[in-house]
Design a binder for this molecule. Structure first.
Ligand SMILES: NC(=O)c1ccc[n+]([C@@H]2O[C@H](COP(=O)([O-])OP(=O)(O)OC[C@H]3O[C@@H](n4cnc5c(N)ncnc54)[C@H](OP(=O)(O)O)[C@@H]3O)[C@@H](O)[C@H]2O)c1
Length: 285
């Protein structure tokens, strides 16, 4: 990598002890327009240079185009990047998941995914999807698998299949203004020693325009994005995957690692963005 990762970015262990940086790179809106692909790949490359060496993508994003953008960004440094992709629920059958994964591998110009997720639950029985994931793992096409948008009851159902210990993570909506997972899903995952991947950690940008967040950030001489991300990184089992195609924003997000969130800031955050007071069903986008 052009620059060695700075030391102020914590790492998060998966159940198999593999560590990834607590800040990765999202790609949801990438690969939709060829004219923007160079800029998007450049932003991802910069993020990788700065140590955010986990990239989250999906066959859904840009109809495969995002995976092609990721391929450009990781060219020449595949071994130093943790690549996550996701299978559509309707492609998550015993055979179809294997074909979907092979298509993702081709678009990503790689021979394996570090992590393959079921994007959300569909009508195909979980046992079939898990059987396909285990086949892909045995064949070395994926190194580990997990799920996304699973609520606590879904996780319990997965674990009841007897293979839950092979599930590496659950990727869910989690940011300052969406804290419902703190009630039971996060504690449940913590009990299984399973990290959470927080998607839309900046509330898709809308969170950053909230006056209460701006006020807290101003007192800390930080940006709203830095506060929102640093808050997610306050616990050792959260990986946040902000997306940006803007180099300035990528640097801004990376700088969250060195922000000091003092006790006063944490109190102000809890007052402005309160934790859940009871169980709520999982919010999804
Ligand atoms: N599993 C799932 O179902 C699921 C669902 C949603 C998302 N995801 C994953 O999570 C990733 C992130 O979520 P997201 O893309 O929904 O939203 P997000 O990361 O919360 O927000 C992205 C938006 O914030 C802007 N932004 C980024 N950094 C900024 C900064 N420092 N200052 C100001 N604006 C900034 C970006 O614009 P610029 O490009 O201009 O910076 C973009 O408009 C996705 O890309 C995807 O990989 C997964």
């Amino acid at each position: 990598m052009a620059n060695a990762p700075r030391i102020d970015l914590p790492s998060v262990p998966f159940p198999d002890a593999t560590r990834v940086p607590a800040l990765g790179l999202g790609t949801w809106t990438m690969g939709e327009d060829r004219a923007r692909a160079e800029r998007e790949a450049g932003a991802l490359s910069l993020g990788l240079d700065l140590g955010m060496t986990l990239v989250d993508t999906a066959e859904m994003y840009g109809d495969g185009g995002a995976e092609e953008v990721v391929a450009k960004a990781i060219a020449g440094r595949r071994d130093r990047v943790f690549v996550v992709s996701k299978v559509y629920p309707h492609n998550a059958g015993r055979k179809s998941a294997i074909s979907a994964c092979e298509r993702s591998l081709r678009r990503l110009s790689t021979d394996r995914l570090d992590l393959y997720l079921l994007h959300w639950r569909g009508s195909i029985p979980l046992a079939e999807t898990v059987a396909a994931f285990e086949r892909l793992r045995a064949d070395g096409k994926i190194l580990r698998w997990g799920v996304s948008n699973f609520d606590t009851a879904d996780m319990r159902e997965l674990f009841a299949l007897g293979v839950g210990q092979h599930c590496a993570t659950n990727q869910v909506l989690y940011h300052l203004a969406q804290r419902g997972v703190e009630w039971d899903l996060l504690p449940w995952m913590r009990a299984q020693r399973m990290p959470v991947m927080a998607y839309s950690p900046l509330g898709q940008g809308a969170l950053l325009r909230k006056p209460k967040l701006a006020a807290i950030a101003a007192r800390l001489r930080a940006t709203p994005a830095q506060v929102a991300l640093r808050w997610l990184l306050r616990t050792p089992d959260v990986v946040a995957i902000p997306e940006s195609a803007d180099p300035g924003h990528v640097r801004d997000n990376r700088a969250s690692g060195s922000l000091d969130l003092d006790a006063q800031a944490l109190r102000e955050i809890d007052a402005a963005f309160p934790p859940p007071k009871g169980p709520t069903s999982l919010a999804v986008i």
